[in-house]
Design a protein around this ligand. Structure first.
Ligand code: PMP
Ligand code: GLU
Length: 397
């Protein structure tokens, strides 16, 4: 007897998490795998933030928290949005969730009806398509390859819009490509969106601070679309707090209230202690952000230099996040003994099993023909991983 719903049966497993799990299993078997699959800062959470969590326990912040998050945290987020992004939000417009992941899913489930179209520029992070599927929406991919630095054009956006389009989901700096849209590029997309007032703009800004261009423009700052733009952000990447599970949406009031209603029925307010830690992250010293960004920038330079020397890898210079997304189609059809590499998924598996480096197939990001690796790890690991990849690729003929 089949007990599972069609909903869950039609859902794909998160490939970022699956590859990371596979590499953990191989390590447990004694294989020395370098894990460049899952994307998370390798730094420890800064001490003042951990201390705030310890204080929260001592001060008995151990009861249910308000569904949308403590007011003090939502005020701190409003202040962050005002200071860093020049955006005006009231605490009632903020809903704090179990990671940016839940914040995204809340917004999608709160706004998308079956059959609604959601435009997703691709390559795109693994979970977007699956979340839209959960809402029974239809995803409309708008592809941009490495030759365009993975950025879509206004003409492409215009061509993708129909009367059923309900949302566009944009991520800059991008996971998996590291591309960052400039203010002018965003303005050009906004000019198109301004002509289509039925479209909600969902802007995933989780990599805001891991940005090497020196400037970041939030999509919330364009007056033409401000009243229908939802910002997603959180502490996972900027403050090295992936395990604490704190993210949020900043949304028009009706959407925020809907997210809170939804969340109230299936998770309630997120962890009280983690919320107190996040409040300290937003209100305490900010030097950790720049320090980590500098480390990521140095590693970006290292990995671009090493990866671009690997025959068959076509590499661009990502401007943010901590991923490199080389195009590898030149390696398709090559073989090592009996093993044939027909797809980028085959290549990712080959690199894991033969090179002992875990990466993620571009297919997971709606971009077969590419692979993703995260460079959020030590210089030594990166050098060794690139050496292993180069060696494994050299064995392909
Ligand atoms: N959006 C993007 C683009 C991400 O890469 C991630 C991290 N996987 C998330 C959202 C979710 O972040 P969080 O850890 O806050 O759930
Ligand atoms: N940002 C990470 C990644 O894309 C986290 C894993 C996930 O949640 O998908 O690898």
């Amino acid at each position: 007897m089949e007990f599972l719903s069609q909903r869950v049966n039609s859902l794909a497993v998160s490939q970022t998490l699956a590859m990371s799990q596979k590499s953990t299993e191989l390590r447990a078997q004694g294989v020395d795998v370098i894990n460049l699959s899952v994307g998370e800062p390798d730094f420890h959470t800064p001490k003042h933030i951990k201390d705030a969590a310890a204080r929260a326990i001592d001060e008995n912040f151990t009861f249910y928290s308000p569904v949308p998050g403590y007011l003090s945290l939502r005020k701190a987020i409003c202040e962050k949005l005002r200071k860093e992004n020049r955006l005006t939000f009231a605490p009632e417009q903020i809903v704090v969730s179990t990671g940016a992941k839940q914040a995204l899913c809340n917004v999608i489930l709160s706004t998308i009806n079956p059959g609604d179209e959601v435009i997703i520029p691709t390559p795109a992070w693994v979970s977007y398509v699956e979340m839209v599927k959960l809402a029974e929406g239809i995803t409309v991919d708008v592809p941009a390859g490495i030759d365009n630095n993975f950025k879509i054009t206004p003409a492409q956006l215009e061509a993708a819009i129909t009367e059923r389009t309900r949302m566009i989901l944009l991520c800059s700096p991008s996971n998996p490509t590291g591309s960052v849209y400039t203010k002018d590029e965003l303005q050009a997309l906004v000019n198109v969106l301004a002509r289509h007032p039925q479209i909600i703009v969902l802007s995933d800004e989780i990599y805001e601070h891991i940005n090497y261009t020196g400037s970041f423009t939030s999509l919330g700052s364009f007056p033409e679309i401000a009243d229908r733009t939802v910002i997603i952000n959180g502490v996972s990447k900027a403050y090295a707090m992936t395990g604490w599970r704190i993210g949020y949406c900043a949304a028009p009031l009706a959407i925020a209230k809907a997210c809170s209603k939804l969340q109230g029925q299936y998770t309630s307010g997120t962890c009280s202690i983690a919320q107190k830690a996040a409040e300290e992250a937003y209100t305490g010293p900010q030097d950790c952000i720049a320090e980590m960004r500098e480390a990521f920038r140095r590693r970006r330079d290292l990995v671009v230099e090493l990866a671009s020397k690997i025959p068959g890898f076509k590499v661009n210079e990502p401007q943010g996040a901590f991923y490199l997304f080389p195009e590898v189609s030149a390696l398709m059809g090559k073989r090592c003994g009996d093993r044939v590499i027909n797809t980028s998924a085959d290549l990712a598996m080959y690199l894991l099993e033969e090179g002992h480096v875990a990466t993620v197939d571009g297919g997971a990001f709606c971009a077969p023909g590419y692979i993703r690796f995260s460079y959020a790890t030590s210089d030594d690991n990166l050098r060794e991983a690139m050496r292993r990849i180069a060696e494994a690729v050299a064995r392909l003929h």
